[in-house]
Write a protein that binds this ligand. Structure first.
Ligand code: CU
Length: 399
């Protein structure tokens, strides 16, 4: 069997024009954790299917429920491609994205899960993700095709390869439009423990990379493009988070009413030609962002507030994706009842007003919503708050 696999690997190498060859890594275990992933493969194919695939891959601030016991082997695809997006009222730029939005999708797995990750660099391709479901249904009716319901079923089969794609089409608040900017890219999962020069390799437009990693440590981790200038690639939009839920859970798991994911990040934009903004190299070098935002958009968490009721326990996986600044995360009117630094259940703190996070740090925080009203999520570094790093949790009456 092993000989056959080696043969297969050689054939794959020949068929795909793999350029680097490394020694085959042997898998091994330390303290129950798995290391030594097989060598990544890089190949070209004519894949033009759904750019995001994965059962537990969602759009911020949502987190998919892990409705399976024990561990699972996930197949996840996040293609990288260009979309023109809105990041604040009247501010649009051609973002480099994982999956079409900034930040990219939330990937949820459990500690010990294995992920086979696939990414095609489609930066030279118009990738359409913005067709609303209603329009797809109407097109079916207009062309005398099957009824809307049937089309919707077909769409589910073919296109909705992840909850994320369905969610983006139902709620495309960045009003994404496909665009092209051919560029080499790569993927660096902080949640993975692998050799960077193999798995985090840069691939050219048209190429696909595939590799495995195991979620050995629980927590919330950034992923980002690692191709130079990493500052530019990350600031242009290539970042997101993986939430690795602990195998044994958090001690409050049975008391949680709402679980959300919020990501803080910076944009460095200046007005370019026409109405489109563009990357500001100097501002990025001087760490002078034009916008500091939650979930990629200056007002999204006010336009679409998080929801809860008085007396409920809310958990937020909060990640400061940077690329360069710190965040002093606070919720006005609440105290963090529990804080797990980096989301690891052993790193527990209690009764915190503010959590200080460096670039690429995260925390899983919980608080009890005291009464009906509005609670402002904020970076207590007020210069950043005034550039957009705020959001709302809207609380209803106690049930
Ligand atoms: Cu990149």
């Amino acid at each position: 069997m092993k000989r056959f696999m080696n043969y297969l690997a050689v054939m794959l190498f020949i068929a795909t024009g793999l350029t680097t060859v490394q020694a085959q890594t042997q898998e091994y275990t330390i303290d129950g954790m798995i290391f030594g992933m097989p060598e990544a493969t890089v190949f070209t194919d004519d894949y033009d299917g759904p750019p995001v695939v994965g059962d537990y891959v969602t759009m911020l601030p949502k987190l998919a429920k892990l409705d399976y016991e024990g561990n699972r082997h996930h197949q996840v695809r996040l293609d990288t491609f260009v979309q023109e997006i809105e990041v604040a009222e009247g501010v649009r730029y051609r973002a480099w994205t994982f999956g079409g939005m900034v930040p990219g999708p939330v990937i949820h797995v459990r500690e010990g899960d294995r992920i086979t990750f696939t990414m095609k660099n489609r930066s030279d391709e118009m990738v359409q993700i913005n067709e609303p479901v209603s329009e797809l249904l109407m097109n079916g009716e207009n062309t005398g095709g099957p009824s809307g319901l049937d089309i919707s079923y077909e769409v589910n089969e073919e296109e909705f390869a992840s909850p994320y794609l369905k969610q983006i089409r139902e709620n495309n608040y960045m009003n994404t439009q496909p665009s092209i900017m051919p560029m080499p890219h790569s993927m660096d999962f902080h949640s993975g423990t692998v050799a960077k020069d193999d798995k985090w390799r840069t691939i050219a437009p048209g190429e696909t990379i595939q590799f495995d990693w195991v979620a050995n440590y629980p927590g919330t981790y950034i992923y980002h493009c690692g191709t130079p200038s990493v500052l530019m690639h990350t600031a242009m939009g290539q970042h997101g988070v993986v939430v690795v839920s602990p195998k044994e859970g958090y001690e409050t798991d049975d008391r949680i009413d709402h679980e959300y994911v919020v990501v803080q990040s910076e944009y460095y934009l200046k007005k370019g030609a026409g109405d489109i903004y563009q990357y500001d190299f100097e501002a990025a070098q001087n760490i002078n962002p034009s916008h500091v935002v939650f979930n990629g958009h200056q007002t999204i968490l006010h336009d679409q507030p998080l929801k809860a009721n008085a007396g409920e326990r809310v958990r937020i996986h909060f990640s400061n994706n940077g690329p360069s600044q710190t965040s002093s995360f606070h919720v006005i009117g609440a105290i963090f009842d529990r804080v797990w630094m980096e989301g690891h259940p052993d790193n527990e703190m209690k009764g915190m007003q503010t959590v200080l996070l460096g670039a690429s740090n995260s925390a899983t925080v919980e608080f009890i919503v005291p009464e009906e009203g509005k609670y402002i999520l904020i970076d207590h570094e007020f210069a950043d708050a005034e550039k957009g790093a705020t959001g709302t949790l809207s609380a209803g009456p106690r049930q």
